[in-house]
Design a protein around this ligand. Structure first.
Ligand code: ATP
Ligand code: MG
Length: 409
């Protein structure tokens, strides 16, 4: 049997990037031989094993043939006769279809190195079209390597467009899509992921609610960039520049969906877009079965981001309602994420990227003031049940009045 490093490990070494996980391919071996060497089998479908010591993934060289819709519709063929070249040709991009032996001898039958140098994301073969997930993967790699100057080869983009128009993207499971989306959002240039999906028509299929924002104007006084789609991409970019977690990035992407519902005659104003957008945010959340914390934050940011921007003008009672909506007493972290999402929204505007955002500290201070109300003295006064709840609220409101007066003094 012969063992090669493949995929990302080879690509990233050639790019001079740190290699985190290594995938291996094994040529000329049978399942029985692998088991005899102590490898542990994983996955019912693929002939993939874990190394007994390193835990890294070793896959038997295989060919694939499409036999139906979606990813379930694949038949795999692994045998000792399958060659390295045959295994590499089923891979998505030429830069991912290189292999290396333990002497660092490169096997590169599909010109991955040439494309690395040309900074091109190019599909290996027409079989690319057999798995629609590759549309998302290419967009994700575009986001990851945009800083290095990579772009999608025109013929690959054309193929991605065909796939998007064929309806095949609809066969993707939420789990597979979310894995790509969440990884793409965590890249340095997540807005490139959305741009590439849009350029090939996939955004219209996957997230029509986001696609609809392009071409929708906003008031130039607040939004020098005018276009709502451009604004959304800038907000997402800001969230990456500020190293925000996935929850915040997801909320940034979805915060303005309601603006896509404004009747044209009301443009460029978007009255009540915060509330109108909630059903769209919910739909996108559920379509991809986003994790609970992502879903929750996106809905809260959607509903309350304008409150965030107006923080300094809010009445104490409105501030209190905001803090209650976030359950800031038990979930302080979630409120902090809301604050940063609002800040990203404020900075994701043309020419305003470095503006200050005093609202952030003001909101933090308000949360601290409300949280500082002690329950014990109220218990000692004999408050119980709903009356206790009301008394706590009254005290918090008082604290917020004091806070607001002190802040504006
Ligand atoms: P990363 O750094 O994100 O892990 P990677 O290239 O290693 O990048 P993996 O998802 O770990 O990506 O996959 C390993 C290799 O398997 C890829 O480089 C590619 O050759 C191949 N591959 C993975 N998924 C697909 C797919 N859906 N279609 C075609 N080839 C794929
Ligand atoms: Mg990998």
């Amino acid at each position: 049997m012969r063992i090669y490093k493949v995929g990302g490990a080879v690509r990233d070494r050639l790019l001079g990037k740190p290699v985190t996980d290594i995938d291996w391919v094994v040529v000329g071996a049978t399942t029985e031989e692998m088991l005899a060497k102590g490898f542990r089998p994983v996955g019912a479908d693929f002939p993939v094993f874990l190394h007994p010591k390193s835990g890294e993934e070793y896959a038997l060289a295989r060919t694939e043939r499409k036999s139906g819709r979606g990813y379930g519709g694949f038949t795999f063929h692994a045998s000792p006769e399958v060659t390295l070249e045959e295994d590499l040709i089923r891979r998505d991009l030429t830069i991912n279809a290189m292999a290396e032996d333990d002497q660092q001898n490169l096997t590169d039958p599909y010109q991955g190195q040439r494309d690395l140098e040309a900074r091109l994301l190019r599909h290996v073969s027409p079989a690319f079209a057999e798995d629609p997930l590759r549309v998302l993967r290419v967009a994700r790699f575009a986001a990851r390597y945009a800083t290095l100057g990579f772009s999608v080869a025109p013929e690959t983009l054309a193929l991605m467009r065909q796939l998007s128009e064929s309806g095949e993207l609809e066969a993707l499971t939420p789990e597979r899509s979310w894995k790509e989306i969440s990884r793409a959002l965590m890249e340095d240039q997540p807005q490139v992921f959305i741009e590439v999906l849009r350029a090939c028509g996939a955004l219209k299929v996957l997230m029509p609610e986001v696609d609809a924002l392009f071409g929708v104007p906003q008031p130039p006084a607040h939004h020098p960039e005018i276009d709502t789609g451009a604004h959304t991409l800038s907000v997402l970019q800001q969230s990456a520049l500020h190293k925000q977690p996935l929850t915040v990035r997801w909320a940034c992407l979805l915060h303005d969906l309601g603006k896509g519902l404004t009747p044209n005659e009301e443009w460029p104003r978007h009255v009540a877009h915060e509330f109108k957008g909630l059903k769209l945010i919910k739909a996108v959340n559920e379509r991809f079965k986003a994790p609970r914390d992502c879903q929750e934050l996106a809905l809260l940011v959607g509903e309350y981001h304008t409150h965030g921007h107006r923080a300094l003008e809010l009445k104490p009672s409105t501030l209190l309602e905001l803090l209650q909506s976030f359950d800031v007493y038990r979930r302080p972290q979630r409120f902090e994420e809301f604050i940063t999402a609002c800040e990203m929204d404020a900075r994701g505007r043309k020419g305003l990227e470095n503006r200050s955002y005093p609202q952030a500290d003001y909101l933090r201070g308000a949360a601290t003031a409300a949280r500082s109300v002690a329950v014990q003295p109220l218990l000692e006064k004999g408050f119980k049940g709903p009356a206790l709840g009301e008394a706590i609220k009254r005290e918090r409101l008082k604290a917020l009045k004091v806070y607001k007066d002190a802040a504006s003094a």
